[in-house]
Design a protein around this ligand. Sequence first.
Ligand SMILES: *Cc1c(COP(=O)(O)O)cnc(C)c1O
Length: 366
Amino acid sequence: MIQVPYLNLLGVYQDRDRLLSSITSVIDSGWYILGREVAAFEAEFAAFCHAEYCIGTGNGLDALRLMLLAGDIGEGDEVIVSANTYIATILAITQIGAIPILVEPTRETLQIDCDRIAKKISDRTQAILAVHLYGQPAPMDKLTAIARQYNLLLFDDCAQAHGAKIGDRRVGSWGDASAFSFFPTKNLGCLGDGGAVVTSNAQIAEKVKLLRNYGSGQKYYNQLAGWNSRLDEMQAAILRQRLPELETKNAERRRLAQRYEENLRNLPIYLLPYNANAVYHIFPILTEERDRLQQFLKASEIGTLIHYPIPSHHQECYRDRPWTKISLPITEKIAREELSLPLYPRLTPEQQDYVIDRIKTFYERS
Ligand SMILES: *Cc1c(COP(=O)(O)O)cnc(C)c1O
């Protein structure tokens, strides 16, 4: 029987020997933190994103948090954010004392509904934090207009969207600053934790650079009470090997997504319309039979995941927060109905046909 794991990272990359030579050269350099690999990767990734600056961080959550802090977001400030997101987006806001103002996504895009933003803006609103969830670009053109109209900062969480575009500009070049994660499973992943803030704003770049390194620009002189959150030389060297292949890998993801979309569109499930600007970190489908379908696929040795089963406003950690005392029917429905199908470079046609065939069989029987 064919097996289809939800993800097979060894299959995705197959770059062991090239990585070994990069890692060896880092070992031999005798310099492991904030050296030439990080500086080179930062320059290369900024250029890839069509932006001026990139500052490597320890992980994606820290990138989000340091980015917001660098924008002077803090205690009591309100940040408009899509309710349909991964918890890390929300954690970054609450960890700096700010308040997430959750906005429903649209049923069609599953991304933030721009028409619902205006009525959520108060005199404490400081910023919009967009999320390119699943690798689908958020409507940055409309969000830019809203941010200008209300004099708000515009940030975006690009952890699932390396290389995604809005028009002809990549994510990372929109808004005031953007946060990325290089967690191993992301479209651009390293062999551990890693992240980055990308921006074309020199002040924000300078402040993130201080904040990630104890708040210190010059050794032992501290301008800010900062953190220790740096991308390390080893991970940067790995990312430099992988960045040149990102576009090819994203194209492969798009090809697989289009194939799923064409073959599943007549079933009683909701699929996002195919988008050539998306990078398909996740291929979500929505179905009322979600749990039964997941069990059925599991019995067929097909791995799936749910992104995400519990929305942020229902998480135990936020039980007592006033901003969670709201009803978000669209977000809650997505949490009940979303199922992510296996989609990654080097998923074989046989594997994908098998997934498609099993899903069709499930609906024929029910
Ligand atoms: C992965 C992810 C993060 C967090 O990145 P880490 O590197 O794991 O801290 C933040 N936001 C979104 C949308 C993510 O998918």
